[in-house]
Design a protein around this ligand. Sequence first.
Ligand code: NAP
Length: 324
Amino acid sequence: MVRLSVSRHATRSRSQPYRKQPQVRAIDAAQSFDSESKQSENLHRCKSLKIGVVGFGNFGQFLTKRFIYGGHTVIATSRTDYSDEAVGLGATFFGDVHDFCEEHPDVVIFCTSILSLESTMYNFPFQRLKRNTLFCDVLSVKSFPKQLFQQILPSHFDILCLHPMFGPDSGKDSWQDLPLVYDKVRIGVDDSRAERCASLLRFFELQGCRMVEMSCEEHDRQAASSQFITHTVGRMLGTMELAETTISTKGFDSLMSLVDNTYHDSFDLYYGLFIYNENASAELARLELAFDQVKGQLFGRLHELIRREHFGEQIKGADARNLK
Ligand code: NAP
């Protein structure tokens, strides 16, 4: 059995100051919901797919709701029994992963936690699927699932890595202009395979997503300084338990919305962003250094003031002697 070794240690040293990367933003404000009529008008442009969701937790259910709304059929499987939730959303739940595979979905999307992807994959009965199946993931790190898929999946499966850069909080209303990063890692040359991949991508496009084609490696490089730092700061502020005040500024409201958009995500997700993105520890070190520098500026000036208050006359004298 081939196991991936995932480096926890950052390989990139960065002396450049932070620069905003306009292509990818981790958190975006929710915008107004598109009208139902406009959505249904667009449906005929998008081929209906049978989509199999593996991992029916928070994000799996969030995606399912939209897939069904977009006219696709969804079957789901997960470690926990989510039969009732599936019925509520209009999906079909299979507690047995073999039964799930024997339903022969066109697309299988892994929505498991980053930490459990490898074990879930190794226990997944691929042989029960159609030989022509499109494999996707929506993990918030990208190089790790890409490498795992390439190592484990038989060559007759197509591979499309996805990262909707929003979640149940930031994308609860509209997905308009929210980034969807994708990497067509391996799509067969047949028209039907290309069309299936295009149909899935078109679904996100029709929901209003800003489509960003990007390699998984580039995604991880950029996401470490945007998404991981966003989650880290959101968690730090959430841990402070800041409360609304009657005189809150717009800046403070933005901080509170950052907490809302990150603090409710599972710790597994956050830990996965750290441990399965080799760029994350360097960014954490840069954040820590920046915090120390800012604190250093404050205390540096304060210490100077106190020093002058206590030793003002002696300092003046010493300065004068040094000048001689
Ligand atoms: P999560 O904590 O990252 O993942 C929860 C899912 O992982 C559940 O379906 C859970 O199954 C499954 N899982 C956890 N441990 C498992 C194990 N040992 N064995 C098998 N399955 C296990 O929370 P999430 O928010 O739902 O995220 C799911 C995926 O979507 C993650 O890869 C995340 O990076 C990605 N994503 C999330 C967001 C977001 O905003 N939340 C945005 C974009 C992408 P059970 O519930 O059955 O236990």
